[in-house]
Design a protein around this ligand. Structure first.
Ligand code: XIL
Length: 454
């Protein structure tokens, strides 16, 4: 008994020391992003985002906006970018509320998931009355116009929402859009790519939280799209859950990731007495999948939830943190220290300022690296005159490949990769800076960068 308990306590001591040293290096790695005491900052430690659905009508509520600004790094308009909101009459577009949410988010340093270009629900009346080629044309025009309006400003679009049937068929849901032909989904993705080449394009659905007939139908569609070059970058898992998550939740995310698409938890809310545990489980599942880019909860306070009376969110009606919040925060903070090979484990922050100041701007790269991958954060700083546009060239060592970027247009994936400002971050006042980032596979140790104004 004695030797066992002694070796146990030695092991416990060793793991405490290990945790302490990892904790210390994490603190160092996140100093510039702030302490990891909010959802957004904690998720950022592993290169991920933490988002929420936002309703334009609540942007005057100071409690709501206070939590939004403090906790979240990604925003999804809850209803304001849907078809009925953005094109109430055919050919007449209305972006006021979508723009309000986007501007609030961007001016507070958050990114935006666009939701949703095409869906069988929340269609304007005029579209519900169309069919055949008239509907096909109207739908593609809608995709083009909305994605063009927001071009350069959206991190990821839910291009098509909820197109698969529930139950065992694994097939498409019947809808007016589906009746225009089975290729309506790929036509929508192609139109979205043409309108906004910088946005990731997602397929989004619910009841897809484990391996089941519906998720397998979607899996087969994504595999087919990838094999035929239909532009799809991500799959959204809404994850409206009731008291449990399927035991193969993580495995299901992983099989999609293995197709080469990013996976995102897009509308998370969880009812029931086991809520806090399940929130932790879902968060850890995302953290364990390297291509899981982040999580979004579908609202801030329980009183903001569309699931009236179910209290499925992270804050109570008064804006207080619930046990579910702590469970998520703890899981996010632990994520950076896990030894799962697909998760960041050894954050390092080599900084490589490189550009001479005579080009009007300087750039520096900080890296969070792990075995087989990295997240790079690039800071662009204006010189003594303001910038009205910038580009940065990053030189990656051989073997490193960029898999996705944010807050900048991208040209190239290996070697010399060029990044150009997007609409909202081209103007940088003298001496001020802005940031963009990217993630990739391989090792980026030794990366250099140079910045050019204009
Ligand atoms: C919901 C909103 O939260 C409600 O305000 C609205 O009345 C109906 O739609 N799947 C989706 C979301 O993709 O757009 C839905 O949002 C919830 C289910």
């Amino acid at each position: 008994m004695k030797p066992t308990s002694r070796s146990l306590s030695r092991a416990a001591l060793a793991s405490t020391l290990l945790a302490a040293s990892i904790g210390a290096s994490l603190l160092l790695a996140t100093t510039s992003a702030g302490a990891a005491t909010t959802l957004g900052a904690s998720a950022a430690q592993t290169g991920r985002y933490f988002g929420t659905a936002v309703s334009a009508g609540k942007l005057g509520d100071t409690t709501y906006v206070g939590i939004l600004n403090r906790e979240f790094s990604m925003v999804t308009p809850e209803n304001e970018m849907k078809w009925d909101a953005t094109e109430p009459n055919q050919g007449q577009f209305s972006f006021t509320n979508g723009d309000r949410i986007l501007n609030q988010a961007v001016s507070n340093g958050k990114r935006v998931r666009g939701h949703a270009l095409l869906w069988h629900q929340q269609q304007p009346g005029w579209a519900q009355g169309l069919s055949g080629s008239a509907l096909r044309q109207a739908a593609l025009n809608h995709v083009t116009q909305v994605a063009t309006h927001y071009q350069g400003k959206i991190y990821a679009w839910d291009v098509v929402n909820e197109a698969f049937a529930d139950g065992g068929s694994g097939g498409r849901r019947d809808s007016n859009l589906q009746r225009t032909g089975n290729d309506w989904i790929e036509a929508a993705f192609r139109a979205a790519r043409a309108a906004d080449p910088g946005a990731k394009l997602c397929y989004n659905d619910y009841n897809t939280d484990g391996v089941n007939a519906k998720s397998t139908g979607i899996y087969n569609m994504v595999r087919d799209f990838k094999s035929r070059g239909v532009p799809i970058d991500c799959v959204g898992f809404q994850s409206h859950l009731s008291n449990s998550a399927p035991s193969d939740y993580q495995a299901n995310l992983q099989r999609f990731a293995d197709l080469g698409v990013e996976v995102q938890i897009t509308e998370l809310d969880i009812s029931g007495s086991n809520q806090a545990n399940v929130y932790g489980t879902v968060t850890r599942a995302c953290l364990a999948v390297a291509r899981c880019a982040g999580l979004t909860v579908w609202g801030i306070r329980d009183s903001d939830s569309w699931r009236t009376g179910e209290n499925p969110l992270l804050f109570d009606g008064n804006g207080n943190k619930k046990a579910a919040y702590t469970s998520v925060l703890d899981a996010l903070n632990a994520g950076g220290t896990t030894t799962t090979p697909t998760t960041p484990t050894t954050p390092t922050t080599p900084t490589t300022p490189t550009t001479p100041s005579n080009s009007g701007c300087t750039s520096s790269v900080s890296l969070d690296s792990w075995n087989g991958g990295f997240v790079a954060t690039v800071r662009v700083t204006a010189g003594s005159t303001a910038l009205s546009g910038w580009s940065v060239t990053t030189n990656l060592p051989s073997g490193a490949t960029v898999t996705s970027g944010w807050n900048a247009g991208q040209s190239g994936t290996t070697g010399s990769v060029k990044w150009t400002n997007v609409g909202y971050n081209g103007n940088v006042a003298a001496g001020q800076s802005t940031q963009f980032g990217f993630q990739g596979t391989g090792s980026a140790d030794g990366i250099t960068s140079s910045c050019t104004a204009g």
